[in-house]
Design a protein around this ligand. Structure first.
Ligand SMILES: [Fe+2]
Ligand SMILES: [Fe+2]
Length: 362
């Protein structure tokens, strides 16, 4: 994926400029006539949580234990590559493997952190560009949610794990395109439907593999918010897409294909290998071999979890069948339509609300 940035967009190592080509909309229609969005907004306000008082940051985190306790497909593949003769990591022992596991964990949490900042900026863009007052209100609560998510991942990294990694070029390109797009619904579609369905799957995957209580609670609370964000996307875009022409819908279908099938190379962060003192080019063939020998695709479970959310959510938008089933056919060929009637997030978002559940127990 092309990730070269025009020089002018990078001011210095911590500042990046982005030009948003969408028009802002102010509305004088304050009528609360989108009931499902009103409900969602009320839930968002009552399930706000506080990163300081709801999470116990005094918990001591042992990164080595974190790695040993998690059943990571990636680390199984790395361990497999250690055993292959001639591999650049053939001399590794348990200590290097553990160190590498910690680096992968930091890399993953770093992408979560950068992705959350991207979500904060996108939610703010939606506040400015969406024409409906109920959606502006809701997106404002989401902006606050995403600020909290960015903050907690940044804090977990700096207090418990160590130096974060830079934003991956894949995530960077994906989010910058949404922030620059002139069409307000594309920011919605890319963030609320694609990236947040992905986030739900990724956070859920990490939650299943983690015993550490602080990270567990943080993930449960973040997931509670994310499910509402996806529901917000479905409820808003479902209405908007009823008003678009087939040609306009085709653009959105293309967008979905582009962002789900053509760009699945969510590559391992090469910096992990750099930090471990190993050449990426040299180690990658051995990782592939190890994955094949073990019949493991490190992200297979994760991909299933992603599409089991994305496909039914997209069905709710009416995007599968426009233009004679253009998107349906593409996803059918990729073997994804088995998920068509899985639960969509606009129907089950409330079941993710760990914040409300915990408060009931108090
Ligand atoms: Fe988030
Ligand atoms: Fe979100």
């Amino acid at each position: 994926m092309g990730t070269a940035l025009p020089d002018s967009s990078v001011v210095n190592e911590s500042v990046r400029l982005i030009t948003d080509n969408a028009q802002r909309i102010m509305t004088w229609n304050y009528e609360r006539d989108r009931e499902q969005l009103v409900t969602l907004y009320n839930k968002a306000m009552s399930s706000q949580w506080n990163s300081i008082t709801d999470l116990d940051w005094r918990v001591e985190v042992d990164p080595e234990r974190l790695v040993h306790d998690q059943d990571s497909g990636t680390m199984k593949v790395v361990a497999g590559a250690v055993k292959i003769p001639g591999s650049p990591i053939a001399a590794w022992g348990q200590q290097e493997l553990t160190e590498c596991g910690i680096e992968f964990l930091k890399a993953t949490l770093s992408q979560f952190m950068h992705g959350e900042q991207g979500a904060m900026l996108t939610a703010a863009k939606i506040v400015e560009t969406v024409p409906w007052i109920d959606a502006k209100y809701y997106a404002s609560t989401q902006t606050m949610d995403e600020a909290r998510h960015t903050e907690v991942f940044a804090k977990y990294l700096s207090e418990k794990l160590g130096d974060p990694y830079p934003m991956s070029p894949y995530l960077d390109a994906q989010i910058m395109a949404l922030l620059e797009d002139s069409r307000w619904d594309i920011a919605y579609l890319g963030m609320q439907i694609v990236i947040e369905s992905l986030a739900l799957a990724a956070f859920g995957d990490m939650l299943r593999r983690t015993q550490e209580p602080l990270l567990r609670k943080l993930l449960r609370y973040v997931i509670a918010d994310e499910a509402r964000h996806v529901a917000f996307g479905i409820l808003s875009l479902g209405e908007y897409y009823e008003s678009l022409s087939e040609a306009e819908l085709k653009d959105r279908q293309e967008f979905m294909i582009e962002n789900t099938l053509r760009s699945q190379s969510r590559s391992t962060t090469p910096e992990v290998w750099e930090r471990m003192g190993v050449s990426v080019e040299e180690v990658v063939p051995f990782l592939f071999q190890a994955a094949e020998e073990q019949g493991l695709h490190p992200s297979a479970t994760f991909q299933r979890a992603f599409f089991s959310k994305l496909v039914p959510n997209t069905r709710r938008l009416g995007l599968l069948d426009a233009n004679n089933g253009y998107l349906r056919k593409a996803w059918e060929d990729a073997g994804l339509m088995e998920f068509e009637f899985a639960d969509d997030t606009a129907s089950d978002y409330d079941s993710y609300d760990a914040v409300a559940q915990d408060r009931k127990l108090l």
